[in-house]
Design a protein around this ligand. Sequence first.
Ligand code: ZN
Length: 379
Amino acid sequence: MQDILGQSKAVTILQSALTSGRTHHAWIFHGAEGVGKFTTAKAFARVLLCHAPQTDLAGQLEACGNCDSCQLFSHPDAAHPDLHIVQKELAVNSSVAQIRKRKLLSIPIDLLREFVIGGETTDGKFHDAIASKSSALRHSKVFILDEAHLLAAVGQNALLKTLEEPPPNTYFILVTHQLDQLLITIRSRCQAVSFGALPDDIIHKWLADNDLSLSERETQWFIHFCNGSLGLAQLSKTYDLVQWARDILPDVVSMSKGKPAPALGSTMAEKINSLAKAWVDSHAGASKEAANKKAAHLMFHLLSQYARSRMQQIAEQAPLDDPITNEQHLGPWLCLIDSLTIAQQVLSSNVNLTLVMDHLASHWQQAVNTQCYEPLRWR
Ligand SMILES: [Zn+2]
């Protein structure tokens, strides 16, 4: 666990649980996407599953690296029989044909029944509860529920009993970036650990290790865009989001200075579309709908980070004691940030992507260039 980057607060909480010898059996790791929650969950699982954890020089409990369990962890291709990772992608392995065929948008209760809590699935088959079986290596078992917010309320309710009366030596780690989507009853049974944004120097270091050939200004943009998420840095590399910025931001800047940018809406829509396609092509069973949402979310993040950086500049330039000027200058940008949320909601109701992006672009131009601004309206 000493290799986990930039999450010393979370690691300290987990270490003190481990060294106390009374580790809670149910955890929620929450915080922004791409800050190391899932990586930490696996590292924590490695210590929990280790047959002979050792205290290192810093007084931290670490996995021994030699026992049967640790050996399995060091072979990335060997599945550990006592580490159960439940995520929506697991659906492709389901014995329930209906689940195998469906689009991966959520974690269906059938998947939970088949791989964790047992019970009857919609095809009438009965599954034993894997959570109640003894561990294969005769030590302990860990279940990591990735993107746990994708479990609908019915699934979360079904999980409650297992969390309340956990089988011996069995641990559950629910990983989520949407804590508010978990039922209060689930949250109250778990110990929550919050993961903050990673410090900028970690993104700087990542950039040094991954040469993206960025200019100094682009480096600054990149750090701001990633906002403390290594996951986002990696995604930006895979899908060349720096090129998005190069192609889109000049239009956004000139539009914000009053020059029209008629092609901006369709350029944004094209980029969202092609990222979504690339995503579906490289993720077996991925749904185009979910990929569209993900790609659009990245575009809205790019736009909102630009609006935020403009607001920061305005706030730095304007005299502090001049609330009216501040309000006049900041108002349109605040309004645009609200509009991005509205555009995102409109998109989830399956409105044509190019239409939404076109509408958003002309709304942007109007908001920053006139004194009459109000959030985006959609009829
Ligand atoms: Zn070990």
